[in-house]
Design a protein around this ligand. Structure first.
Ligand code: NAP
Length: 278
């Protein structure tokens, strides 16, 4: 009997990952048979681990923290958005070729669309975080043509570097894009996206509440218990809170479509996942 097609998410740590469950739900929807495992690799062992998995028949994989930048370095054929982010979350293979994409940002845009406080061209956006997630989100965010994007990062130089790399895209889309220091962020944004790992340390928000206005959409890419302090902080300041669970399922659906050529339905999977995490 032939083995099912083999996929995986590679990370460190990765045991907590919901991706195997999500991809099995998609496979059940679309009538595919596949295996999808969570595989932990040593932090300096992506290249070696990936080669061993490819030799053993791996057809594609997601990569998560801390491998998104390293995965980009291994790609022979990154998509333009992965090239701009210099980080990727989705790989697939053909002979020696390593194809790579970054579905994080588009996944977030899909998830936010029904919750926005207005049309994108009217919105001022604060994006916090210039790591792998922030880098993946910035390009797809600029492609929505918001009025302004302020990028803040704890290490300010990384925010400047990311802004510089996206300057041509921002200009093409007519977006005012600028970096600012953590302590000097602007006020009253329509959308605030926390793409930093601040919630991992139990912090509510590294920004003060003047970043928000009543009715702002305040998003933390984290989900589950770790996101709660941020979500409560947003609610206390009359913002509309949203966690990263929708983005998680949306980016997985986009990876699934790249690998299998069919777009699965996100809503029922997200609904079940929310129920599980309650
Ligand atoms: P990363 O590459 O390790 O980057 C971490 C980022 O967080 C950096 O910008 C870092 O700033 C900043 N940071 C860390 N601790 C901070 C603190 N206490 N205060 C302020 N900034 C802090 O990680 P990543 O891949 O960007 O992931 C960031 C978060 O997004 C993770 O929690 C991840 O779980 C989440 N995420 C969720 C999804 C989803 O589908 N929902 C997808 C991707 C990522 P410095 O540059 O100064 O170090």
């Amino acid at each position: 009997m032939s083995q099912p097609n083999r996929y995986a998410v590679l990370g460190h740590p990765v045991k907590h990952s919901k991706s195997p469950w999500i991809h099995q739900q998609f496979a059940a929807q679309t009538g595919h048979t596949l295996s999808y495992e969570a595989i932990e690799l040593p932090v300096d062992g992506l290249a070696q681990g990936l080669q061993a998995l490819r030799d053993a028949g791996l057809q594609g994989c997601n990569v998560t923290v801390p491998f998104k930048h390293q995965a980009f370095d291994l790609a022979s054929d990154p998509t333009p958005r992965a090239r701009l982010a210099q980080a990727c979350n989705t790989l697939w293979f053909d002979g020696e070729r390593v194809y790579a994409d970054n579905t994080d940002g588009q996944g977030l845009m899909c998830d936010l669309a029904p919750h926005l406080p207005g049309p994108w061209p009217t919105l001022r956006v604060l994006l916090l975080g210039a790591g792998g997630a922030g880098a993946g989100v910035l390009g797809p965010l600029l492609e929505q043509s918001p009025r302004e994007v302020q990028l803040i990062n704890r290490t300010e130089s990384r925010a400047h570097e990311l802004c510089q790399r996206h300057a041509a895209l921002a200009q093409r889309m007519g977006v005012v894009l600028h970096a600012a220091p953590l302590a000097g962020h602007g006020a009253a944004f329509d959308v605030m996206i926390n793409a930093s790992a601040s919630s991992l340390s139990g912090a509510a928000s590294p920004l003060d509440a003047r970043a928000l206005r009543a009715g702002s959409l305040a998003v933390d890419l984290m989900y589950g218990a770790a996101a709660e302090p941020f979500l409560q902080w947003a609610q206390q300041h009359q913002a509309q809170p949203r966690d990263g669970l929708g983005m998680l399922v949306e980016q997985a659906a986009l990876s699934y479509a790249l690998w299998h050529g069919v777009a699965p339905a996100v809503a029922p999977v997200l609904q079940q996942l929310r129920h599980q995490l309650r």
